[in-house]
Design a protein around this ligand. Structure first.
Ligand SMILES: [Zn+2]
Length: 267
């Protein structure tokens, strides 16, 4: 075990050097051990399983609102990626936007554009623009590979950095758990890791740009996060009660990103 412990930092360093990708817009490099084809295959399977185990909302108006905002943000993401010659990044995406019936104050986007919004967040989003804040933020986490980054860290820590395809074959349950943890699916606090401060900040910045490009006023993000900080989120998952960044830091960051986002909104 001792020699293994010595080797881990060396392997980590090597992997960090060889397996890095770059976050769009912010340009940060990140650890990514996972091919998007492997990840999308796993994602689509988990997404379908999640939908089979949960109830879709029967509220047609709200469901259509989620699908409509989702499609608008998808178009914004696609044109942003096209403008920056990054369209290949979206290969294999099969976008889907579903509203499920659940009191949880939650929403997420799995790899390949698989989005779920919980009805529990609608009282906080209030309208299409508030919803665009949430969906822009969650889709930003996905297209910035934040889940893949966390999943890579999980594979490193728990399975010694094996390739995803090998992990699925040899350790299906552990791999599934790492995936669910990385993407914030489920409801048990403590099981899911909150996104890092850096990832949250990137998702806020990218989310503002995407919502602005989709035609929603990005200033609504300030009101949304204020409502979120005031709402009673007891029982809601870490993504929306995350203590980092703190509310004050998030608002200050959002204000600093606003001029960039408004350039896209006023176009
Ligand atoms: Zn987030």
């Amino acid at each position: 075990m001792k020699s293994l412990k010595l080797f881990v930092p060396i392997i980590l360093l090597a992997i960090t050097f060889y397996y890095c990708s770059t976050v769009p817009i912010t340009g940060r490099s990140q650890l990514n051990l996972i091919s998007s084809a492997d990840l999308n295959a796993l994602s689509f399977q988990e997404y379908n399983e999640f939908l089979a185990q949960n109830n879709l909302s029967t509220d047609i108006q709200s469901t259509n609102m989620v699908k409509g905002v989702g499609l608008n943000i998808k178009s914004a993401v696609e044109s942003y990626f096209k403008q920056h010659n990054l369209s290949d990044d979206l290969n294999g995406y099969a976008w889907e936007f579903n509203l499920i019936e659940s009191p949880e104050v939650n929403a997420w986007c799995m790899p390949g554009g698989k989005v779920v919004v919980y009805t529990g967040i609608l009282p906080v989003t209030q309208d299409v623009t508030g919803l665009a804040v949430v969906m822009g933020h969650e889709i930003a986490h996905a297209v910035a590979h934040h889940g893949a980054e966390r999943m890579s860290q999980g594979l490193m820590q728990q399975l010694g950095g094996v390739a995803l395809s090998v992990a699925i074959q040899n350790e299906p349950q552990t791999t599934q758990n790492i995936f669910m943890t990385a993407y914030g699916v489920g409801s048990t606090i403590g099981v899911m890791l909150p996104y890092s401060r850096t990832q949250e900040s990137e998702a806020d910045r990218l989310g503002l740009v995407f919502m602005a490009m989709a035609g929603y006023n990005p200033n609504a993000a300030l009101d949304f996060w204020t409502r979120m900080s005031q709402s009673n989120t007891g029982g809601s998952p870490p993504e929306f009660l995350s203590t980092h960044p703190s509310y004050q830091t998030r608002i200050a960051d959002l204000k600093s990103y606003m001029p960039e986002a408004l350039q896209y909104y006023n176009k």
